[in-house]
Ligand binder design. Sequence first.
Ligand code: HEM
Length: 108
Amino acid sequence: MNHDPEVYSDPMSFRPERFMDPNPEMDPPEACFGFCRRICPGRVLADASVFISCAMVLAVFNISKDPEDSFIVTDPSTGIISHPSVFKCSISLHLDRAVALIQADERR
Ligand code: HEM
């Protein structure tokens, strides 16, 4: 359903701004966790886990294009789990306190 051209315009393109328009397209969680009596009971845990994982990574790392490679995702896979094809990127620490935060997490 998240790739249905009747629901999303140009569904295979990565265009997060589609959800920020004054008339946004349907929010994916409205469909990807199922519906009615069969709706996923783990959806709040799943949503919070993905959010906190992304927030932890973005709090300490700067992720950007690889300076020597393009960041073109030409062949997104399809199936139960969809992901971009392999690409190079640059990952660096972007806060002085990042090292202390990472080391504090390692000690726990
Ligand atoms: C991103 C993560 C997740 C996605 C996309 C997802 C998606 C779904 C979907 C679409 C269904 C409905 C299947 C149907 O209609 O038959 C479902 C059901 C279910 N999910 Fe999830 N789920 C996720 C994470 C979780 C987690 C973390 C848990 C438990 C901690 C969980 C537990 C369940 C259970 C027990 C059902 C069966 C509900 C029933 O049939 O009464 N799911 N999930």
